[in-house]
Design a protein around this ligand. Structure first.
Ligand code: BGC
Length: 247
């Protein structure tokens, strides 16, 4: 069976057909630069164009980098604030032929990892973290998602955790992996003080270089890199759209 997923990010909007048996993209994904400013209507236009270019007319799954409840965006930490309070499912519905299921980007990536990747068949408490512009989180209890956990915003030494430990902080401040790993370690210390996961999956582009920083972490929880990497959001969105009832 095939589905369709779109990943809305601060710099790019990516979409592709997805093979839901294998958890893989079918053919090449299409990536379009996110319009600036990234207001809802121009972003919907890009999503509509991507879906149309594949000739897909069915239901689509879409990721958004903020809290998403029942199709409505509640936060927008790293995107334009005009998204807050916007009914994305309804707004986007006017730009695509099928129905829309929108979910948090890290939740989508986590859903994909749990089904097809590093979290496959893992019971207990599994935490997926995505390191990018911010830090996204997805929490699973015996395979069931606890949505919108937003652990990127836990307070670490008086600041939002993601401010110092996101992958963007490493680039912005030109940190080497050992230095950045110390910050991630501190962030995970605080997270582990309140949560006892059985496994932590680390994703985002920086997980391709996991060998440079994961071995430096001193967490009590085992940490493994994500397996789907760049495609996890698209795959997870398509899967969520195919399995969640239309509303
Ligand atoms: C947002 C989350 C998002 C994460 C990764 C955070 O700043 O609050 O909703 O999942 O960034 O994009």
């Amino acid at each position: 069976m095939q589905g369709f997923g779109v990943d809305i990010g601060g710099s790019g909007i990516k979409g592709c057909l997805v093979d839901l048996e294998k958890g893989e993209l079918v053919g090449e994904r299409l990536r379009i630069e996110t319009p600036q400013p990234a207001l809802p209507d121009p972003v919907y236009g890009v999503v509509g164009g991507i879906v149309e270019s594949f000739g897909w007319t069915g239901r689509i799954g879409v990721t958004f980098p903020g809290v998403m409840k029942h199709g409505v965006a509640y936060t927008a930490a790293n995107v334009d604030k005009s998204w807050i309070g916007t009914d994305v499912d309804a707004g986007l519905g006017a730009f695509v032929p099928g129905t829309v299921e929108t979910l948090n980007d890290a939740d989508a990536a986590g859903i994909a990892e749990m089904r097809y990747g590093a979290g496959r068949d893992r019971q207990g408490v599994v935490l997926m973290l995505t390191f990018g512009t911010g830090i996204g989180s997805a929490l699973f209890v015996d395979g069931h998602l606890v949505p919108n956990t937003e652990f990127g915003h836990i307070q670490v030494d008086g600041e939002d955790g993601e401010k110092r430990a996101a992958a963007s902080a490493r680039e912005r401040e030109d940190l080497g992996y050992p230095e950045w790993a110390r910050r991630v370690d501190r962030y995970l210390d605080v997270l582990e003080a309140g949560l006892w996961p059985d496994l932590i999956i680390v994703g985002g582009g920086v997980s391709k270089k996991a060998h440079k920083w994961v071995p430096l972490l001193s967490t009590r929880t085992p940490v493994v890199p994500a397996q789907l990497q760049n495609d996890a959001g698209i795959v997870g969105a398509a899967l969520a759209a195919s399995e969640r009832p239309e509303h």
